[in-house]
Write a protein that binds this ligand. Sequence first.
Ligand code: 7RM
Length: 650
Amino acid sequence: MPDIESLLKEKRTFKPDREFTRQANWNKKQTAEYRAMADKNPERFWAKMAKENVSWFTPWKKVLDWKPPFAKWFVGGKLNVSYNCVDRHLEGENAWRRNKAAIIWEGEPGDTRTITYGELHREICKFANVMKSQGVKKGDRVALYMPMIPELSIAILACTRIGAVHSVVFGGFSAEALRDRINDAGAKLVVTADGGYRRGAPYPLKPAVDEALEGTPSVTSVVTVKRTGEPTRMQAGRDHWWHELTDEASAVCEPAKLDAEHPLFILYTSGTTGKPKGILHTTGGYLTHVTTTAKVLFDLKDSDTFWCTADIGWVTGHSYVVYGILANGATTLMYEGVPTHPGPDRFWDIIERWGVTIFYTAPTAIRTFVRLGDEHPKKHDLSSLRLLGTVGEPINPEAWMWYHRIIGKKKCPIVDTWWQTETGGIMITPLPSSVDTKPGSATNPFPGIDAAIFSEEGNEVDPPNGGYLVIREPWPGMLRGIWGDPKRFKETYWSKYKNIYFTGDGAHRDQDSYFWIMGRVDDVMNISGHRIGTMEVESALVSHTKVAESAVVGRPDSLTGTAIVAFVTPKSGETVDDVLKEELRTHVTKQIGAIAKPKEIRFTDALPKTRSGKIMRRLLRDIASGRSVGDTTTLEDFSVVAKLREGDEA
Ligand code: 7RM
């Protein structure tokens, strides 16, 4: 019996654009050479990348020391991440970058700031000196609870300059969530802001810090950026204004020469239990991984303006708003607010005004834009775009096609990038110069990444069957542990299969060996003994002309074991009734087969999502089964659940 059956068939393929391939950082020939090298000897490949793309103070003695599940990369090497992201762009043949934009920032109200590499260097040094004056030393943890403002990137890079370990806590988290994360990491310093702007209004942040700090013995001081200017309570002796401290600070600060395995950051991510895991990343391997992937699959050039729409509070923002982009000397665009303020075309307006060349966003955002209507992107000149990317979820082929046609004007390659907080950088992705893409497939592992699909028993399964996505060999950006909890690290990732990293995702490969990620394995339903990915049913639903978005979950069923319940958001203006329900059930039957036909369809105006845009299927499972809903701390908008509940009673 196959582990996970895949029933969705996608036949369209898209060849790399010739023009694009000709100018790519890695052309077809180089890609083939590197792939061959990586297949034969991944350590040799990664060592070459580390040498080419990262600057070292002291070379490493050993590429990899692997004592499963603990890996050390570039053992004995010394480097500094802020040096790689900034200083080296001010020296030698790169010195012309001094007055090049490193960060283009746009606030939600429309205010903007452009920070050159030269300025960024000064600001980082100043804030590094501020942290030193607050008693922060190498190895100390610093919690960053901030809106999407340049000071967040500056603080991150200042930490790396002195070897402090940052823990960015997304600004949408509650005081309680912040307190747990501060305590788990034992942070000494908290950096925050009075507030930020979202949906056209200021929101406060500092009061949540005050509340969190009622129970955080490790914190000795707080630095607050003045962003909104709203009245803010400051506690004498503990609280300081960013601008007051940095005004007095020296702009000279030597980058610390840090060990390749020195801790770089902790980032909390949710698992199957309630307690978030502090994912630990270290210096040399992580930087090699994100810098190389950014250069190769985003094809980053000096002339690029790269925009990743993720908040820096998520790993996508760490790796591809800050580290991977600045290390390549490109210009990174940071936007503070929501996509729909002041109008539904804000993103397209930003792309047009700044001439964004590479745009990286999430499928959930793309589906929102599909729903809002084509007239909004069509109002804008998007011709600066040359490459598009997606991340965070499987993208349904219809959304992919829309992105390709309406945003990419059929000329931009699309890189569908699969990776995780734990993997540090991108793992499975098309290389835009040389891989034919298929809508909905992340295609192939990056060179030097050994991804495979395993059965329950730990055998590799043959296409087209599905199973569990695993990574068989260590890679440079891999997590080094869960902060303070080696036992949980082993149990979560290394206990299902011996010495093999378990991703928690289901996937299958097609006849061409392409990977199709089917979502988390706890999103897999077992219907009458057939395992079906929720994503496949969702994809089928979304391919119907009247459907904007859908989330599919299983609920216990006495007959079939599990019954499929589909939550469906119709496109605006569509009438919903029983006729449409029947139409959709027939549609899914036609697309996938009767086995996947939803038993129940529920129409809803909105789906419950986390603040990073992932649909909270766990909540929907609870609602679909009539259970009370569990932990909702990561929920973006609680009223959505209340509404779904009301529908329950009706
Ligand atoms: C980068 C990020 C990780 C989980 C992962 C998957 C899902 C991410 C894709 C994807 C299908 C993709 N880190 N996921 N990217 N599924 N195709 N291109 O999102 O730690 O927050 O989430 O996200 O389930 O395990 S994360």
